[in-house]
Write a new protein. Structure first.
Length: 344
């Protein structure tokens, strides 16, 4: 059996989702006539305390249309170079939205409000107009860390006081909710827009949601159409999203427990550096520098033992727990990874 720890995007739809897909009332969503899509969008907006929601194909699309709906071409976006938008979205903010990134490095996913304030430039004909602050929670490249609500509030206040909008990449905001015991709407309240993914730990096959005020969502809807993201009978996707929001959030706690167990097991492996104390949600990043192997070599060794992980070169491997990984599989994964790393 292959143990797939590459990402929570590997999750398959549940039986309940497949049943819901078959019986969902459908219509043409580009014309606003798919009742299941409308139901999901309203439900998501209500859960996050916003006026309106928009179903999009992916988190990447959700982030892009959000940035477009908040800005004009040539505007500046303040964001962490370790954020997904900067690092993993194929440069879409520049290539498609025409936006200028102003990177401000976080420490372990935590941006410093003073550094953000210092990066927001004063009006000057030479400068792009600072328009958006992007935040990410949970923060992927820092190991799924939860950005605490107090810090989140402080960062949003810094941006708002200076006239910027705040977009929250909350791809895994429900992991933050479950880990911190704080409802996602508390983070959402401070931000102007939030994107979250249905297709990760929540197990949907496709889809993300953007929420914000009604005018913002109308603009985002137009941009979604412009980039080819208008969908027709998208209720088959939305039906899974409704099941996810109704039944799949609380179980994320299991993924978090399993990630901590995995981290504890991996911490004993020679050459691996991992701090289980920093594992707050469903991700474990291991620094493999002391093994003397490249990231590709480590991944290959793991694959030979039937364990799939993802690489973050030059020195890190990421393991993500999800619905298909239970405690027994975690134990087996640790045994296999030990074996992989002990064979020379
Ligand atoms: N992240 C994926 C990969 O793209 C790295 C993963 O396996 O973790 N924001 C954050 C914080 C994300 O982690 C991701 C996906 C996205 C946005 C984009 O979502 P999709 O993949 O639906 O475009």
């Amino acid at each position: 059996m292959i143990i797939n720890l590459r990402s929570d995007t590997q999750t398959l739809p549940t039986e309940a989702m497949l049943r819901a897909m078959v019986s969902a009332p459908l219509g043409d969503d580009v014309l606003g006539e798919d009742p299941t899509v409308r139901k999901l969008e309203d439900m998501a907006a209500r859960m996050l305390g916003k006026e309106a929601g928009l179903l999009v194909v992916s988190g990447t699309m959700g982030n892009l249309v959000s940035l477009m709906a908040h800005s004009n071409r040539g505007d500046e976006v303040i964001l962490d170079p370790d954020s997904h938008i900067f690092y993993h979205e194929a440069g879409s903010m520049a290539a498609i939205a025409g936006l200028m990134p102003m990177p401000v490095k976080s420490c372990d996913g935590m941006l410093d409000p003073d550094a953000v304030a210092a990066a927001i430039r004063k009006p000057n004909v030479h400068y792009p107009i600072p328009r958006i602050l992007c935040l990410e929670n949970t923060h992927n490249r820092s190991g799924g860390r939860v950005v605490p609500l107090d810090l989140h509030r402080e960062l949003c206040a810094v941006a708002h006081d200076r006239g910027l909008k705040v977009h929250l990449d909350g791809a895994r905001i429900f992991n933050a909710q479950v880990a911190a015991g704080i409802p996602a709407y508390e983070w959402a309240r401070e931000a102007d827009s939030v994107m979250f993914c249905l297709s990760k730990g929540l197990s949907c096959p496709i889809g993300s949601i953007v929420v914000g005020d009604a005018d913002f969502i109308e603009r985002a809807r137009r941009y979604r159409k412009q980039i080819g993201g208008g969908m027709r009978q998208a209720g088959i996707i939305a039906a899974c999203g409704i099941v996810a929001l109704e039944t799949m959030i609380d179980r994320l706690a299991e993924d978090h427990t399993n990630a901590r167990l995995l981290a504890q097991g991996l911490a004993d492996i020679k050459g691996f550096k991992v701090d289980p104390g920093k594992v707050e949600t469903n991700m474990v990043y291991v620094d493999h520098c002391a093994t003397g192997l490249s990231t590709e070599e480590v991944l290959l060794r793991l694959e030979c033992q039937g364990v799939l992980a993802s690489g973050s070169p030059p020195s890190r491997i990421r393991f993500v727990t999800h619905r298909h990984i239970d405690r027994a599989i975690v134990d087996e994964a640790v045994r296999r990874i030990k074996r992989a790393m002990e064979t020379s």
